[in-house]
Design a protein around this ligand. Structure first.
Ligand SMILES: Nc1ncnc2c1ncn2[C@@H]1O[C@H](COP(=O)(O)OP(=O)(O)OP(=O)(O)O)[C@@H](O)[C@H]1O
Length: 311
């Protein structure tokens, strides 16, 4: 199947005005996105995610490379290709701050040439599904950051574009609103057949919403794989075991030999052992080591998978 988005050998440099320092923000990046796919661009600050997104939606012109959307993009059809895209960029929420929530939705729906009836229907539906109904008459500049973000995504949905680009959709949101935005994104994915690219350094967004993730660092693609495969790859299990007795010399020596990444703490009320296991079966070796001297195990806690520590 033809991918809906093709990014080929994309490059972008910035030159700092004052110092004349040159930064290669995007360094020969290539990837494709299939129709209906939810792709995550994951990477630390300054990795090149925003620059990539801005080039895809036409806000920045690449130094070299090619972007095609639905086969459009070359031979002067770049402008036409942008009609297939809506973008919600960090810090630029594409909203009219002096209009209310409802007025913004009505304005953008009208702008899309919808009939009065369609505007009404679409706006009502978005107000409900984005849980903005009780804020419909509030001016945008009075809304919280989270509400503004939800409204910006709702406005992007109005355009009915096949491709939606979201730059850091949960950045700066509190835990609860971030969760709500993730749930909304999951709903959008389920209900509407859109192709979405999400840039984020929030692992929860990537794990919960995306099918596939490209990890970018220093402007280059580090990995490109299905989220489930990446999780398997990085699925280091980290256990904290509270012990009922001190470990013997022999046990400590064995620990060093068999579990190189561990921390044995004896200066607290109870000795604890923190171990990173690279294979799930290794937990049994650890238990054998403890049973060897009948060391009682008081509690075991497993830390959840966290990709971000590998970035
Ligand atoms: N307008 C600009 N002028 C100069 N350098 C820039 C400009 N915009 C971005 N950069 C630099 O380019 C690199 C990539 O930035 P970019 O914003 O694309 O990264 P990012 O992955 O989106 O990170 P963040 O999450 O911090 O926005 C960084 O080193 C950044 O400092």
């Amino acid at each position: 199947m033809e991918p809906i988005i093709t990014v080929k050998q994309l490059n972008k440099m910035y030159k700092k005005r004052k110092t004349k320092e040159v930064i290669q923000a995007v360094d020969n990046i290539s990837f494709t996105v299939q129709k209906g796919e939810i792709l995550g661009l994951l990477g630390p600050n300054g990795a090149g995610k925003t620059t990539t997104i801005k080039m895809i939606c036409g806000l920045l012109v690449p130094d070299s490379g090619e972007i095609t959307i639905n086969g459009l993009g070359q031979n002067g059809s770049r402008l036409k290709s942008l009609e297939h895209i809506s973008a919600v960029l960090e810090g630029n929420r594409n909203l009219y701050w002096r209009l209310t929530v409802r007025e913004n939705l009505e304005y953008f729906a009208g702008n899309r040439g919808m009939s009065r009836k369609d505007v009404k229907e679409n706006v009502e539906q978005l107000l409900t599904s984005f849980r903005l109904k009780d804020k419909e008459n509030e001016l945008v500049n009075r809304l919280s950051r989270g509400m503004q973000q939800k409204l910006a995504i709702a406005v992007a949905m109005l355009a009915n574009s096949e491709v939606i680009l979201l730059d850091e959709p949960t950045l700066g949101l509190d835990v609860e609103t971030s969760y709500e935005v993730r749930e909304l994104l999951k709903e959008i994915v389920k209900k509407h057949n859109r192709t979405i690219i999400i840039s984020s350094h929030d692992m929860d967004v990537i794990q919960e919403v995306c099918d596939r993730t490209i990890i970018i660092n220093g402007g280059k693609v580090v990995t490109d794989d299905k989220v489930e495969n990446l999780l398997k790859l990085f699925d280091v299990r980290s256990y904290t075991i509270t012990l009922g007795a001190l470990l013997s010399e022999k046990q400590q020596l064995l620990l060093k030999e068999k579990f190189p990444v561990h921390k044995y703490t004896t200066d607290t009320m109870q000795p604890t052992l923190n171990v990173d296991l690279y294979q799930s079966e290794a937990i049994y070796d650890l238990f054998r080591l403890l049973q060897m001297e009948h060391t009682p195990v008081e509690a075991i806690d497993r830390t959840t998978v966290n990709l971000s520590k590998y970035l």
